[in-house]
Design a protein around this ligand. Structure first.
Ligand code: CU
Length: 599
């Protein structure tokens, strides 16, 4: 017998919606207008109510009746495919590391609201052009600033309220909703949900701002941190309603962004930092992202078993790294930007994600017409979420709805992508490096392993990254033809990554590095990075039980091009170094490293 989720009973006793503010009482401000006793805008309109009742019950299978006040029980197994979606009746709180409740659920359960299905904006609407934040003019900033001020002053009951908007991210990053038809938590990071979910979020946010300023041509700016001119916190975000006091004060302008932030300062001068950032981008967008999954993240499907946990390149860095880089080092979890639950409280979040969204478009363009750039799996296409639109309606929107931005009536201003041809060079000439690595191989210095693939598996306990791990990894195939390489990307899989505590954790991966302590993304040996950003929650309270949300993670790093440049394509094994960063390695264990091939 299948037991449906127990709707309203799972909701915790009413907490003030913004209890996590308790973490930082000093930053409480009137502008957020939290919990004020406003009368909500009267909705839903009665004609919408019936539709909700119908659609909410039968949309993807033969499911029992769900309402927020009944316990749903069904004897029937789902008769059709179950797509990933939130069960809106299950919103629950979480606990931060300091045992402070994090509660970002809406004041009124979204399951009590009628919803409509998303419709594309009318084709007669102007195409809204998102421009680089460092290039927008004063008039634009003033209008946007005014709209933000209004958003902050709206009552918390109003889904357009600025903190309500921010809490949308909190809901879906902390696992505040269960998946529909399952007790598994729904999370939108570290998988192929990452790009589309954030596209939806900022799309609705943008439309709300446009309507508040009475300008349907309004488009969000993008923080162009992948180009030298944009590698600083945009000046517009240093004024008015764009300010967030909870940022790392040593990272304000004119400090150059560290797109591969190690949780400690890189010590690089501005020019070197820019070079490193550009090289990182080349790796994350070009050489390390030659297959869909490497860029988009792994397939994540409904139910416990379909869970996946291998993020795409851009999500790891610069996305994760810059979140942490912006957040305040004085706050326990680097709030605001440095923890997912609070990140969208900083207006820069939207410009950050606008650039992420742009890079998705750029990547599609780079892959060209002949190569698949869209996932055709219906489970992904039909995955849906709920957002409020500018008319305060709850909208159900599917991933398939947001795949063509022309349909959404927006675009990006064309800018130079300086990383496009920034293919890095090896730090040591490959012939010399091979010689030195061979010498190392012959020296029994305790760091070495025999050349067989089993030894790059560290066993069920894994190995802690308290120091650099160097391991020789066997390559099943050598000297593949160009065609074979195009068909199948050689992938370095670092598996069973166990981040023991929800906190910033990072290690970089190098191939055939002679001295990995002195190099970074500007060197060809750099194969990628793993970055864990805090959710800002320790436990998610689910159904009266604590659900342990920790689980092991993988990363997949595309290395075909890198191996060519390191002249290692004929070698039966390569040296792989895992280099812990920022003192975070004690908190990370890894089960092993191996080579796979990805079509
Ligand atoms: Cu996010």
């Amino acid at each position: 017998m299948w037991l449906g989720y127990q709707g309203a009973s799972a909701r915790p006793a009413p907490l003030r919606p913004i209890n996590f503010r308790l973490l930082r009482p000093a930053t409480l401000s009137a502008r957020d207008n939290i919990g004020s006793g406003y009368v909500a805008v009267p909705y839903p309109p009665p004609e919408l109510e019936l539709k909700n009742k119908v659609l909410g019950i039968v949309e993807d299978g033969n499911w029992a009746l769900f309402t927020s006040s009944t316990v749903a029980v069904s004897d029937e197994k789902p008769s059709s495919r179950v797509v990933l979606s939130p069960n809106l009746t299950t919103c629950h709180q979480s606990l931060s590391d300091a045992d402070v409740p994090v509660y970002c659920c809406p004041p009124k359960p979204e399951s009590d609201e009628p919803f409509i299905d998303f419709k594309f904006p009318d084709e007669s609407q102007p195409i809204r052009v998102r421009r680089p934040a460092h290039l927008v003019d004063k008039e634009y900033i003033a209008k946007y600033n005014k709209a933000l001020t209004i958003m902050r002053s709206l009552p918390y009951d109003d889904p357009r309220n600025f903190i309500r908007q921010a809490n949308m991210h909190c809901l879906y990053c902390t696992g505040a909703y269960n998946q529909k038809h399952s007790n598994a938590l729904l999370k939108i990071h570290r998988s192929w949900m990452f790009f589309p979910w954030h596209r939806m979020m900022i799309y609705f946010h943008e439309r709300i701002i446009g309507s508040l300023m009475g300008d349907d041509t309004f488009a969000l700016p993008f923080w162009n941190w992948d180009a030298p001119e944009g590698m600083v916190i945009p000046i517009m975000h240093m004024n008015g309603s764009f300010i967030d006091p909870d940022r790392d004060s040593s990272h304000l302008p004119p400090t150059v962004t560290d797109d591969n932030y190690n949780h400690v300062e890189s010590g690089l001068g501005p020019e070197e930092q820019i070079t490193a950032n550009v090289a990182l981008m080349y790796h994350q967008m070009v050489s390390g992202a030659k297959k869909m999954e490497l860029f988009m993240g792994c397939p994540y499907k409904a139910g416990e078993n379909g869970f996946c946990d291998a993020p795409g390149t851009i999500e790891l860095a610069p996305h994760n790294t810059l979140h942490t880089w912006v957040g305040s080092n004085l706050n326990p979890e680097r709030e605001d930007m440095g923890a997912f639950y609070s990140a969208a409280r900083d207006p820069i979040f939207y410009a950050h994600h606008s650039n992420i969204d742009r890079l998705w478009e750029v990547w599609k363009g780079l892959r060209g017409k002949n190569q698949a750039t869209l996932i055709d799996d219906p489970d992904w296409l039909d995955t849906y979420f709920f957002f409020h639109n500018e008319k305060l309606q709850l909208v159900r929107i599917k991933i398939r709805d947001v795949l063509d931005i022309t349909n959404l009536r927006y675009t990006y201003q064309e800018v130079e992508n300086p990383w496009l041809n920034a293919r890095p060079k090896p730090s040591v000439p490959p012939q010399m490096a091979r010689h030195m690595l061979k010498m190392r191989d012959n020296n029994q210095n305790g760091l070495l392993f025999p050349s067989n693939n089993l030894m790059s598996d560290f066993g069920p306990e894994g190995r802690t990254l308290d120091t650099i791990i160097r391991v020789r990894v066997y390559r099943p195939k050598t000297d593949r033809t160009k065609k074979e390489k195009e068909e199948e990307e050689e992938v370095l899989l670092v598996y069973g990554i166990d981040v023991k505590k929800d906190m910033y954790a990072k290690f970089d991966v190098f191939v055939n590095a002679v001295d990995e302590t002195t190099i970074g993304p500007e060197s060809r040996e750099f194969a990628g990075t793993f970055v864990n950003v805090r959710r800002g929650v320790k436990r998610v309270m689910n159904e009266g039980d604590d659900v342990v949300v920790k689980r092991k993670t993988n990363i997949k790093l595309g290395i075909s091009e890198l191996l060519e440049d390191l002249e290692a394509d004929g070698d039966e094994s390569i040296w792989v170094s895992l280099v812990p960063r920022g003192g975070t390695g004690l908190n990370i264990a890894v089960d092993g490293v191996r080579i796979e091939y990805l079509r």
